[in-house]
Design a protein around this ligand. Structure first.
Ligand code: NAI
Ligand code: COI
Ligand code: MG
Length: 356
C-alpha cells in the first residue's frame, strides 16, 4: 500500500516526521513517498500543488498531509499561495467529507481552557463539508461596486453556494456516522439569514426521513459557537458547511486542550482519504521543536482505520497516545504544572516506545 507524505510548510515537516516514524515501526509493508506541497512546492517547482505532487496523491492509497502556509507568501497572487495546495487537493481528490473528532483525553482535562466539568468525557464528531460553500463558489474577486452608498468604489466579493447533491451526500455521511455513535445529529446553518443555508436545512431535513432512528436538530451557527463552549457534551455529531465547520472545529479544538490534539480525515465517496491535523503551519513556533505532533500521529491512525483497513494498528497508535499522556508527557501547548515538558521529537519517540 502506498502512502503519499506531504509535509508542507512551517511545523508541517516536524510533525509529519513523527507520524512517519510511527508508521515505519508498525511492521507493515507500506511504501511511503514524499513530495513538496504548499510554500515548499512553490519554492521548488513554482507552484503550491506541483503536477508531480498531485499525481502522487492521486496514485496513492492514502495521503498524510502536514500543513501549508507561510506569511512570506501572503502577497503572492492567490492561485500561487500555499493554501491553494490543500484546497486544490480536496477538490481534485473529491474529498468532500471532513471528519474532525474532538475527544478530551481525561489526562488533559486541566489543559483545556474550559472548566474540567464542562469538558471531561467530551467525545463529539464535527463533520464539515469540504469542497463547496463560499470557499469554492464563483464568481469571486474585487470589482467596482455597482450600487449603494459605496458605488464606484472597489468591493471584494465571494459566492456562497451549495448544490442539492452536495448537501445530500454530506448529510448521509453525518447520519451514518451518528448510527455508530449516540444517534444524534445537529445540523448547523444560518437559515435565518442565508438562502444557501435555508436550502441546506430543507435538504438535511429531507435526507433525515431515511434515518428516523437518528435524532436531528437544527441550530444557527452563532448559537452553535456559544453552545460549544457552554455545554459541548450535549453534541454528538455536528454537520455543517465548509466555512462554519472550519471555524467551529478550531473552537472545538480548545475543548480538547489544544489544536495540536485535533486530527482529521478528509474522505471521498469511497473512503479514499487525506489525513491531516486540523491546525495550520504555525509559523510562530516553526523550527523550534515544540509543536505538538499528536494531532498528526492521530491523523495517521485515522488513515489506517478509514483508508487502509488496519483498524488494529489504528487502535495501537491511539492506545500509545493515551499511554504517553498518562505518563505525564506534554508538549508546551498542553503543559500543566506537575507534568513533564517535552519537545516534538521526544513526544514522537515516546509514542513509538509506547506502541507495545
Ligand atoms: N490545512 C492547512 O494546511 C492549514 C493552513 N493554515 C495556514 O497556516 C498558517 C498559520 O495560520 P494560523 O491562523 O496561525 O493557524 P495555526 O493553526 O497554524 O496556528 C494557530 C495557533 O495554534 C498554534 N498551533 C497550531 N498547531 C500547533 C501544534 N501542533 N502544536 C502547538 N501549537 C500549535 C500556533 O502556534 C498558533 O499560535 C497560515 O498560512 C494559514 O493559512 C491554517 C489552517 C489550516
Ligand atoms: C487553508 C484553509 C482553508 C485550511 C483550514 O483552515 C482548514 O482546513 O481548517
Ligand atoms: Mg481551519
Amino acid at each position: 500500500m502506498k502512502i503519499a507524505i506531504l509535509p508542507g510548510d512551517g511545523i508541517g515537516p516536524e510533525i509529519t516526521a513523527q507520524a512517519v516514524k510511527v508508521l515505519n515501526v508498525l511492521g507493515e509493508s507500506f511504501e511511503l513517498e514524499s513530495a513538496d506541497v504548499g510554500g515548499a512546492g512553490y519554492a521548488a517547482h513554482g507552484h503550491p500543488l506541483p503536477q508531480g505532487t498531485l499525481a502522487l496523491a492521486k496514485a496513492a492509497d492514502a495521503v498524510l498531509f502536514g500543513a501549508v502556509g507561510d506569511y512570506k507568501y501572503d502577497s503572492l497572487e492567490r492561485a500561487l499561495r500555499p493554501e491553494q495546495a490543500i484546497l486544490g487537493l480536496r477538490k481534485e481528490l473529491g474529498l468532500f467529507a471532513n471528519l474532525r473528532p474532538a475527544i478530551l483525553y481525561p489526562e488533559l482535562a486541566g489543559a483545556s481552557t474550559l472548566k474540567p466539568e464542562v469538558v471531561s468525557g467530551l467525545d463529539i464528531l464535527i463533520i464539515r463539508e469540504l469542497t463547496g460553500d463560499i470557499y469554492f463558489g464563483k464568481p469571486r474577486g474585487v470589482r467596482e461596486c455597482p450600487d449603494g452608498p459605496f458605488a464606484g468604489q472597489r468591493e471584494g466579493f465571494d459566492t456562497m453556494r451549495y448544490a442539492e447533491g452536495e448537501i445530500r451526500r454530506i448529510a448521509h455521511v453525518a447520519f451514518q456516522a451518528a448510527r455508530k455513535r449516540d444517534r444524534r445529529v445537529t445540523s448547523v446553518d444560518k437559515a435565518n439569514v442565508l438562502e444557501t443555508f435555508q436550502f441546506w436545512r430543507d435538504i438535511v431535513t429531507d435526507v433525515h426521513k431515511e434515518y428516523q432512528d437518528v435524532e436531528l436538530e437544527h441550530m444557527y451557527v452563532d448559537n452553535a459557537a456559544m453552545q460549544l463552549v457552554r455545554a459541548p457534551k450535549k453534541f454528538d455529531v455536528i454537520v455543517t458547511g465548509n466555512m462554519f465547520g472550519d471555524i467551529l472545529s478550531d473552537a472545538a479544538a480548545m475543548l480538547t486542550g489544544s489544536i495540536g490534539m485535533l486530527p482529521s480525515a478528509s474522505l471521498d465517496a469511497n473512503n479514499k482519504g487525506l489525513y491531516e491535523p486540523s491546525h495550520g503551519s504555525a509559523p510562530d513556533i516553526a523550527g523550534k521543536g515544540v509543536a505538538n505532533p499528536l494531532a498528526t500521529i492521530l491523523s495517521a491512525a485515522m488513515m489506517l482505520r478509514f483508508s487502509l483497513g488496519k483498524a488494529e494498528q489504528a487502535d495501537r497508535i491511539e492506545n500509545a497516545v493515551k499511554k504517553v499522556l498518562a505518563q505525564g508527557l506534554r508538549t508546551p501547548d498542553i503543559y500543566e504544572e506537575g507534568t513533564t515538558k517535552v519537545g516534538t521529537e521526544q513526544m514522537g519517540d515516546a509514542v513509538l516506545k509506547a506502541l507495545g
